[in-house]
Write a new protein. Structure first.
Length: 133
């Protein structure tokens, strides 16, 4: 059996997430330093705006939001962050911790959030296992 690289495993996990939860537009895995680890759909060098979450700037912003959420919860003695949910007029951003990384998902406003939350939580656990953290 052929060996699968981590990057291929991570991209497969993100692709499975998109299939499992209708309404997911884009997803990224970001490390704690704010660097993009993987994205789906994959970035297109000719058209970098195809996936709004695949840019390094969004990865860095996601890491900043996660850091702020974790510090806020710690300061308020509310325990570890379970997830971060940001709702906007046009959609929802959901972030789950995944060990030394995080999984951020952009979903359409009319998506079934319960399905997206469940699928994202499962994918984050798989990401954590793949990265060994």
């Amino acid at each position: 059996m052929a060996q699968e690289y981590r990057s291929e495993s991570l991209e497969r996990t993100l692709k499975t997430l998109h299939i499992a939860a209708e309404g997911v537009k884009a997803s990224v895995i970001v490390n704690v330093d704010g660097l993009l680890v993987a994205a789906f759909p994959p970035g297109n060098e000719e058209n970098p705006h195809q996936n709004p979450t695949s840019s390094p700037q969004v990865a860095a912003m996601s890491a900043t939001l996660i850091g702020l959420a974790e510090r806020t919860l710690a300061r308020l003695a509310q325990g570890e962050m379970q997830r971060l949910l940001i709702e906007g007029e046009e959609g929802v951003m959901i972030v789950y911790p995944a060990g030394r990384a995080s999984l951020a998902v952009l979903a359409e406003k009319n998506a079934r959030i319960s399905h997206v939350l469940y699928a994202t939580k499962r994918a984050a656990a798989e990401v954590m296992e793949i990265l060994g953290s």
